[in-house]
Design a protein around this ligand. Structure first.
Ligand code: SF4
Ligand code: FES
Length: 360
């Protein structure tokens, strides 16, 4: 067998050898950190993805050793393969930084600024991009494109107004499930993700569309409005599942499991796809073997609440109180109807309302 040909490529002044056929984006991910361009539509586990959003644009300042001419325009790094001797600029190019700000402005033309109520907040790639490149005001003066929310079956809700048309969910349904029932309808600014005649997405493995969606357009109905992700504790867990690997991340608050997702890597991509049963129907801690806290490696506020290596100070109250434990002075549940301990928020069907607490 002939040895694999390696190409030398320099990205933001860091040189690396990668196999021929590697894209600039994947080469940059091998270097890691900020050198890797953001990607809103490319997904390494989905064939044919990429080339839609343009957030991964880079400048090729030297085409290759044989033809050192720079490329005339910025190129989509997820769809451009490396050449031997190629030199690429990502964050070291003012042109790229400027273009990326423009792309973010385009993506936000129609996207609502509803992060305060959106379930994806805290793990949304568009939210991160807006913080990094967004402007404080919009120059857009026309009416925004809006859509009604659609229930795509019992587990998934489509909030099309938030969609950025990355096509990831379409590739996921095509490549993971037996029968794709949703896709892109219409063209141009009328294009939308839809099922044509109201159909529900209920194929096994279709729940993965929630994980691949870079924004909050596809949400888990069993989790919507239940909690903010940064208040939850992600834990690695597994179960013996006949359909999938059964390796998941549980998002807990106390003992309650609020949601179940696939485990994601540092680029926010699913490591192993999980089935609908693991995702939507196993919401008790007893369904799972807990492995330990999950480190969220993609930069995020979520891991900030992990106190895994904390050394607790010695409890001195008993020592100074002749061995007596402190008294409970006030039990808030005696005073308030809210948060009754016997009501498990994670098990209520839909967001909690006052009726769930039997308000007076
Ligand atoms: S619904 Fe989400 S995954 Fe599907 S195209 Fe829109 S943004 Fe992409
Ligand atoms: S990630 Fe390359 S165009 Fe979207």
């Amino acid at each position: 067998m002939s040895e694999q040909q390696l190409f030398k490529v320099t990205i933001d002044n860091i040189t690396i050898d990668v196999p021929a056929g590697t894209s600039i984006l994947e080469a940059a991910r091998k270097i890691g950190g900020e050198v890797a361009p953001p990607a809103m539509c490319f997904y390494s586990k989905l064939k044919g993805s990429g080339g839609k959003c343009r957030t991964c644009l880079v400048e090729v300042s030297k085409g290759s050793e044989k033809d050192p001419r720079p490329m005339p325009k910025l190129v989509a790094s997820c769809r451009t393969t490396v050449m031997d001797g190629m030199e690429v600029k990502n964050i070291t190019s003012p042109k790229v930084v400027d273009a990326r700000a423009g792309i973010v402005e385009f993506l936000l033309l129609n996207h609502p600024l509803d992060c305060p109520i959106c379930d994806q907040a805290g793990e949304c790639h568009l939210q991160d991009l807006s913080y990094e490149h967004g402007k404080e005001a919009t120059r857009y003066e026309f009416q925004r494109r809006t859509f009604k929310k659609h229930d795509l079956g019992p587990y998934i809700q489509l909030h099309m107004t938030r969609c950025i048309m990355c096509f990831r969910c379409v590739f996921t349904a095509d490549q993971l499930t037996e029968n794709r029932v949703h896709g892109v309808l219409d063209r141009g600014d009328h294009a939308e993700i839809a099922t044509f005649i109201e159909k529900s997405l209920d194929n096994d493995f279709i729940g993965n569309v929630i994980d691949v969606c870079p924004v909050g357009a596809l949400t888990d109905k069993t989790f919507r409005f239940k909690n903010r992700v940064w208040f939850l504790k992600p834990m690695d867990a597994h179960r013996d599942c006949p359909k999938c690997s059964g390796k998941v991340t549980l998002w807990n608050r106390g003992e309650e499991v609020f949601r179940v997702t696939a485990r994601k890597d540092e680029w926010g991509e699913v490591e192993e796809w999980i089935c609908n049963e693991c995702r939507f129907e196993k919401k008790l801690s007893s369904d799972w073997v807990i492995e330990g806290p999950r480190e969220i490696s993609r930069h995020s506020v979520i891991s900030q609440g992990h106190y895994v290596h904390t050394v607790k100070p010695t409890e001195t109250f008993k020592a100074v109180n002749d061995g007596r434990a402190p008294h409970l002075l006030l039990n808030i549940h005696h005073e308030s109807d809210v948060n009754k301990p016997e009501i498990e928020l994670s098990l209520i069907n839909g967001p909690a309302h006052s009726t769930n607490f039997n308000a007076r």
